[in-house]
Design a protein around this ligand. Structure first.
Ligand SMILES: [Zn+2]
Ligand SMILES: [Zn+2]
Length: 157
């Protein structure tokens, strides 16, 4: 699997926070951790990840960034207008990543299919699918981190 260039747009629910995405999203997964539950106001997060350098934010002043807990060291941005999740920035090793709620992408058909569930021990309800389900902090981090690192191998930060 390689990163193919593919432009598309993403935006928060009200459209004030807009993002130009310059590459095909890399990894998509479901996260059941309590922070994602609170941040999204949903039982779990559906997140799509790509390198931060491929994402252009139209106006950062419209986004309220907040760190919930360390680690992972993720800046989670809420739109100041609609209060909904806009975009998150974080890193795995030297790779700077953007985490975008999958629902924020304009062209859903360009997104990869979800590949796994993480923090599954925090789930509010069971998932009716055959995707791998990772529980525990370390197991969840390693599952996602390993997948991202394999994908980005050789491509630098
Ligand atoms: Zn908004
Ligand atoms: Zn989470």
């Amino acid at each position: 699997m390689t990163e193919t260039l593919q432009e598309q747009q993403a935006a928060c629910e009200c459209g004030v926070c807009q993002f130009e995405v310059g590459a095909a999203p890399a990894v998509r997964f479901f996260c059941h951790c309590t922070i994602c539950q609170a941040y999204n106001g949903k039982p779990f997060a559906d997140v799509t990840v790509l390198r931060a350098r491929y994402v252009e934010v139209n106006d950062r002043s419209q986004i309220a960034f907040k760190k919930y807990r360390l680690p992972p060291n993720i800046d989670r941005g809420l739109c100041k207008n609609c209060g909904k999740p806009a975009i998150e920035f974080g890193g795995f090793g030297s790779a700077k990543l953007a985490f975008i709620p999958s629902i924020n992408f304009k062209r859903q058909e360009l997104l990869p299919p979800p590949s796994m569930h993480i923090f599954y021990h925090r789930r509010l309800s069971d998932a009716a699918d055959d995707l791998p389900k990772h529980s525990g902090y370390l197991g969840s981090q390693m599952a996602v981190g390993g997948r991202i690192m394999r994908l980005f191998r050789g491509g630098g930060g």
